[in-house]
Design a protein around this ligand. Sequence first.
Ligand code: SAM
Length: 267
Amino acid sequence: MTEDSDGANAREGGAGHYTVDGHKVAARPLEPGLYPVATPIGNLSDVSLRALEVLAAADLVACEDTRVTRVLLDRYGIRRPLVAYHDHNAARERPRLLAGLTLGKSIALVSDAGTPLISDPGYKLVEEALDAGHKVVPIPGPSALLAALVAAGLPTDCFLFGGFLPSRAGQRRQKLAVFGAVPATLIFYESPHRAADTLADMAAVLGADRPAVLARELTKRFEEVRRGTLAALADGAREVPPRGEVVLLVGPPGEHTSDADDLDALL
Ligand code: SAM
């Protein structure tokens, strides 16, 4: 296990505590198991007390990028051993983490931001931990898709999260055509430099008049929620390209949307 360089120090100093507003709190010991822990999507105050408890008490914190997670842990005075677990080393590290669970360790799993497993690493680890009979305990918290949904002003009773759409236009349009008739608010993650193209594809495939939202930099200094039709948002994103992290949402189909024949033609 490629333990973080100061892992040994972390075990000795301050382990088992977290600090909030200068108050040092002792974390209760954790039962063995895997703890997927949601962390902030920008504003470091958006972390739950339970998340801090688990991060402060875990034997090991598995994270995408140790530098990113260290910023959060430092903010709350938490010193635990960190190990990198990301797409490029997952196949190698997963057996080691599973072996740790078998030895009775408690392992917190975090990603760079938001909820692990949601367009982030962790699914295979959770699956294999469960298959091996280990306990998996979710520690819920922020996720960009829900933050965007509640700020969007679009229906929330039924929604479909589509993750990241394909970066190639043809595949993206095909996927959009599949989602297009679903009677739900659609939610996608997108990189800022592709947002204008994706919105234009959405307008072409889902209908130019369909209500939509571009939410960016949520919980951060330049938080912005742009509302409009798909056509208007596509034009806007072309004129003023969004910067930072972006979520795109599309309202459910109404009478202006493509009927089944149109969708067949598009597919
Ligand atoms: N696991 C994370 C979650 O629960 O939201 C998502 C990780 S995914 C790799 C990163 C994408 O989430 C970004 O490209 C963006 O689409 C979205 N995202 C993350 N933070 C965001 C924020 N503060 N504002 C808007 N979108 C955000």
